[in-house]
Design a binder for this molecule. Structure first.
Ligand code: NAD
Length: 286
């Protein structure tokens, strides 16, 4: 039987409605709205697409949004001062550093400098640490988006065999912790797993499979366990098309649920960024 498509747009719509209602209630109670600043260093075409999407979703949800663009020639020290000033500014409730940054800028140390209470992407070590402790309301947008997709199936994760392929700091690692927090029996695969040649045997066990590698079709359709939930985070340009890390056609014949690429995880991430922004605001006004 063909798998049910897990469409990000549908999940994002439900989330947007919740966040919008929450913003309205907060505005009524505190007479102010959350304000997210996107700091962009230099011009970048891919970042421009994200910024446009962020602005649109923020406006829709009643969140104030401002893009602060500084020249590509900005030094690390100057960028640090900008972030410190945003941290101090009481009118700014959340900050995101748009990636990529110019090659001479160390993005990680700038992200670490964003005050954890204004860290809209949930990438500050303190916020990542909260995920380890299972005490978090915000988190890296893509990992949180995957959890929303899983939740939308209403299938309990308790005790399930979950396999995450990819162990990046923005997706695989935080996601593995989130799955553990839900008591899924979680395996994390990565380049070492692939190079040892044992990726298929791990994938074949997965009742919940999340793939975030960035290599088109690295997971073959016939590896998928019958009835699995398959979340494909990968975005790969193949010719003039975008495709995922999982061979969709074969996988969708075996899975119970599967995300399309594009249209799975991607449409949810911007809404999660806004939900993070609102959660940070709630803590600040408490
Ligand atoms: P990354 O490059 O930081 O990490 C890739 C991971 O894949 C690493 O853990 C690496 O060890 C693992 N890997 C590489 N080769 C492997 C192999 N042969 N076998 C097993 N594991 C292997 O990637 P990332 O930033 O986590 O992104 C992964 C993919 O997800 C990319 O395609 C990216 O574009 C996409 N992505 C999508 C969204 C979205 O919103 N939909 C957001 C973030 C990332």
């Amino acid at each position: 039987m063909a798998a049910v498509l897990l469409e990000g747009k549908v999940v994002a719509e439900g989330l947007k409605a919740k966040v919008k209602a929450e913003v309205e209630a907060l505005k009524a109670k505190y007479n102010k709205a959350p304000k997210l600043i996107a700091l962009q260093i230099g011009e970048n075409a891919s970042s421009a697409v994200y910024v446009k999407a962020q602005k649109k979703v923020a406006e829709l949800l009643g969140i104030e949004y401002e893009l602060k663009t500084v020249p590509g020639s900005t030094s690390q020290a100057e960028a640090e001062v900008i972030i410190k000033n945003l941290n101090k500014n009481p009118g700014v409730t959340a900050v995101i550093l748009q990636l990529p940054v110019p090659k001479d800028i160390d993005a990680k140390s700038l992200v670490n400098l964003i005050a954890p209470e204004k860290d809209a992407e949930g990438m500050h070590p303190q916020n990542l640490g909260r995920i380890l402790l299972g005490q978090y309301k915000i988190g890296p947008c893509t990992a949180m988006a995957v959890m929303e997709l899983l939740e939308s199936t209403k299938i309990s994760l308790y005790g399930k065999e979950a396999v995450v392929v990819g162990h990046s700091e923005i997706v695989g690692k935080p996601l593995a912790l989130m799955l553990l927090n839900k008591f899924a029996t979680t395996t994390v695969c990565h380049i070492g797993t692939g190079e040892r040649g044992v990726l298929p045997e791990h994938v074949k066990r997965a009742e919940i499979l999340v793939v975030a590698v960035g290599k088109a079709g690295i997971v073959k359709g016939d590896w998928i366990r019958e009835g699995a939930i398959v979340i494909d985070v990968g975005i790969n340009r193949v010719g003039d098309k975008i495709s995922g890390d999982v061979e969709f056609e074969g996988a969708s014949k075996k899975a119970a649920y599967i995300t399309p690429v594009p249209g799975g995880v991607g449409p949810i991430t911007t809404t999660i960024l806004m939900r993070n922004t609102v959660e940070l605001f709630k803590e600040q006004v408490k």
